[in-house]
Write a protein of this length. Structure first.
Length: 353
């Protein structure tokens, strides 16, 4: 029969998108079991047109599970993913708990699908949404020109911080709506928002906030280090030079990045266009004369990585500038996890003959 899938963390922002993806993608699963914290157990959620009751996470909940997708906080994954793996499930984990573990592959099917086969711990990691929002396009260009350096700035959506990020931005929008004086004196937005900052360190509405994640050494944010470390691992370029500045913007869903990419060889912009046009999972949408470039408002809810504003650097014949957008809850999280799980499901199908 078809493999049994468990969705762990079915009730969160990513879990919700996951259930809708599982309902619309080609069905490769037998039973789909929904697992969440004790608090959410008993809830009934719709997947593939049927209501399924959420069960609380326990060791027994993984009985008979072939593939388990985890979308839960790092510490919950760190505890439960090895338990699910010990019970024989292949775990596809979207937390940060295992991404840099040398015995856990970090997989983006369009870039390094074959890495998924080598999983000594029975765990495969799904990258962070910011890395994922650009890496499919960068993988395609790397293939042609050999990437040496990335300098990126991100424009990250509120939903990257989960449902509380979404709620905070909508609440803040309500507080500023209709006030045509705001945004003219220092601190006026902050005063209107009061303590409704949600998970962000400054007002997000009518603002941009140069911060995502937690503080690490020498002033870097955890998010910026993730972009560096994960890009290196996915592209198998341990010496790749990466500088990232991660910024939160008042967008509900879809991360954007401005990328300066330097290669080992001189680039040809027409050829680079062709590479991107031919790359699976990438859409080149780049005609500024007609006002055509990707924006989060147009990209949200879609699967591909959208690329626009492609230019050859004026002062470096080996570098390209580009702007990319990707839905952080789809390709940035649920979709990539589903794609990895489908790669594993194919192994089951092949083994079953
Ligand atoms: C964010 N990448 O956007 C992060 C966490 N998923 O906040």
């Amino acid at each position: 029969g078809l493999p049994t899938l468990a969705v762990v963390g079915a009730t969160g922002a990513v879990g919700t998108v996951m259930l809708s993806l599982l309902s619309t993608r080609q069905n490769v699963w037998g039973e789909i079991r929904l697992i969440a914290s004790e608090r959410s157990a008993g809830k009934r959620l719709k997947v593939r047109g049927e209501e399924v009751e959420v069960v609380a996470i326990t060791e027994q909940a993984f009985d008979g599970v072939d593939v388990a997708m985890f979308d839960v906080p790092d510490e919950v994954s760190a505890h439960w993913a090895p338990i699910a793996a010990a019970k024989g499930a292949v775990v596809v984990d979207n937390s940060g708990a295992f991404r840099m573990d040398p015995e856990v592959p970090l997989v983006v099917p369009e870039v390094n699908a074959e890495a998924a086969r080598n999983r000594p711990k029975g765990i495969i990691s799904n990258p962070n949404c910011t890395t994922l929002s650009m890496i499919v396009a960068m993988g395609a260009l790397h293939h042609r020109y050999e990437l040496e350096q990335l300098v990126v700035a991100s424009y990250q959506a509120a939903s990257g911080a989960g449902q509380e990020g979404i709620d905070a931005l909508y609440d803040q929008l309500m507080k500023v709506a209709g006030n045509r004086e705001l945004g003219t004196t220092p601190g006026d937005v902050r005063r209107v928002i009061g303590n409704a900052l949600g998970p962000f360190p400054a007002p997000l509405v009518m603002n941009v906030v140069p911060w995502a994640g937690s503080l690490k050494d020498d002033g870097w944010s955890s998010e910026e280090l993730k972009v560096r470390n994960e890009s290196r691992k996915i592209l198998n370029l341990p010496g790749l030079k990466v500088s990232a500045t991660c910024v939160r913007v008042p967008v509900i869903t879809t991360h954007s990045l401005s990328v300066h990419a330097r290669f080992a060889r001189e680039v040809d912009v027409e050829e680079a266009r062709e590479v991107l046009r031919d790359a699976p999972g990438v859409i080149l949408f780049d005609n500024p004369a007609e006002g055509e470039f990707p924006t989060p408002a147009d990209v949200v809810g879609t699967d591909p990585t959208w690329v626009g504003r492609l230019r050859k650097s004026l002062d470096d014949p080996q570098a390209l500038e580009l702007f990319v957008c990707g839905d952080n809850l789809r390709k940035g999280a649920a979709l990539n996890t589903a794609q990895i799980a489908e790669v594993v499901a194919k192994e089951f199908a092949a083994a079953a003959g």
